[in-house]
Design a protein around this ligand. Structure first.
Ligand SMILES: [Zn+2]
Length: 440
């Protein structure tokens, strides 16, 4: 009989549901050997841990929406632990141990992939060299939509809320978590962009679960994103640090020490979020041409600059210029990508603001307006936005929540110009009303 003093303890059990899998994370106070067994009639998954004791409840896990009906435990041979997952559907299990990191101890990750879904977060799923083109294998909602009337396609904006699930991101005063704040801003941004004809927003994560940095890039490619906007609210060692900033990918060093620090920290997210490093290959196989790099660089600068202009109206800017650093999440070839730091969650004043829905909405609005202006100026031929540009002016249909001043600022024209161009006397507009946009 093994003395209990050497037994490893499971100190916490957590569960996250993402679109293609259910993730269970065991927090351990040491490394434990484990094995996984699938059993049928009834369907269940058995995880055996050697010399391990359970010191955490299994009862309050959020099992709704998962293929797990129940999780129970038993002791084997006096000193081993058996966890039994009673399942309602076939799953493809994968498990891996994670060594302690700066912010976490030993972890055992058990991923139960949905059988219907062929995609995995960590494993390569499709050839990475495939050109970005419409593919019939994509769900209809993500295929670049062709508007029958205009024959012009939408600009697809991939909205990437940083962190999630196992990775809370930065934690501010009052335990405010970056992952929650940025998901709220991302959802508000999506809701706003959805109302704009010619733009189609897609969410890289839309729930509390972790997506690997590489998984985020793969999703951007799968959705055929025209632009990628990652949203964060990080911490800084000095709590006095404050202000918003916008970053783009640098291939040769960071533009400041802070930029380098943030990129290093963001790039380490996979260690906390729980990525099986053994399976992780970088997507270097993709052939990156100079043309793709130039396109991406130019457009990232334009996009970043436009977003920065509006951000300055909402928050103090940490830096007036677009900054650069080697953020892994921004590396999707050919896709203009920026990372928006909405503020420092470590700063008490900024954290308080970031927690409010009104400030989150203002942030979302600032990012939205920057995106719309970028689209109006630089969108590729073939898009509805580009066609408006070439035909001069263009039409805008008023949607619920619009104001004249917001539409004017979105298209970077004055309210007066917008009014006189449309022969409007007052400031009232109605939903469905068509406005012609004067040349900026
Ligand atoms: Zn972050």
């Amino acid at each position: 009989m093994t003395p209990s003093a050497i037994a490893v303890e499971i100190q916490d059990v957590r569960l996250w549901r993402s679109p293609d899998k259910t993730r269970i994370v065991l927090d351990l106070n040491g490394a434990a050997a484990h094995s996984v067994l699938e059993l049928d009639n009834p369907r269940r998954l058995v995880v055996d841990l050697k010399d391990t004791q359970l010191a955490a409840p299994l009862t309050d896990l959020p099992l709704t929406g998962t293929p797990i009906a129940r999780l129970r435990s038993g002791v084997r041979q006096g000193h081993d632990l058996r966890l039994v997952f009673d399942l309602t559907a076939y799953v493809q299990p994968k498990s891996f141990a994670l060594p302690p990191s700066e912010r976490t101890g030993h972890r055992l990750v058990i991923d139960l992939f949905d059988k219907a879904s062929a995609t995995t977060d960590n494993g390569p799923t499709e050839p990475l060299g495939t050109p970005v083109a419409a593919s019939s294998s994509l769900p209809p909602s993500v295929v670049k939509s062709i508007d029958d009337l205009s024959g012009m396609r939408d600009i697809i904006v991939a909205i990437d809320a940083g962190h999630g699930g196992e990775d809370p991101g930065a934690i501010g005063p009052n335990k405010l978590r970056e992952k929650d704040v940025v998901l709220n801003i991302a959802r508000r941004l999506k809701a706003r962009l959805q109302k704009i004809p010619g733009i189609k927003p897609v969410m890289i994560r839309d729930g509390d679960y972790y997506v690997s940095l590489r998984g985020r890039r793969e999703l951007a490619r799968k959705y055929q994103a025209d632009i990628f906007v990652s949203i964060h609210a990080d911490a800084f060692t000095k709590s006095s640090a404050n202000g918003a900033s916008v970053y783009m990918l640098s291939t040769r060093g960071a533009s400041s020490a802070t930029a380098q620090l943030l990129a290093d920290r963001e790039n380490a997210a996979d260690l906390i979020g729980g990525v099986n490093i053994a399976e992780y290959e970088d997507d270097v196989a993709f052939a990156i041409t100079d043309l793709t790099m130039d396109y991406k660089r130019d457009h990232s600068v334009w996009l970043g600059d436009e977003v920065l202009k509006d951000l300055g109206d909402v928050a103090r800017l940490h830096k007036q210029q677009l900054e650069e650093a080697a953020f892994a999440v921004l590396k999707t070839p050919g896709v203009p990508s920026i990372l928006v730091e909405t503020g420092f969650i470590s700063n008490p004043g900024e954290s308080r603001k970031l927690a409010t829905s009104s400030y989150q909405e203002r942030m979302a609005r600032a990012i939205e307006q920057g995106i719309v202006r970028y689209a109006a100026r630089y969108a590729e031929p073939g898009t509805l936005f580009a066609s408006r540009r070439t035909h001069g002016g263009g039409e805008y249909v008023v949607v619920s929540g619009d104001t004249l001043s917001e539409i004017a600022s979105r298209f970077r024209v004055s309210v007066q110009a917008l009014k006189s161009h449309n022969q409007l006397n007052g400031n009232t507009i109605r939903v469905g009303q068509k406005l012609t946009i004067p040349e900026a």
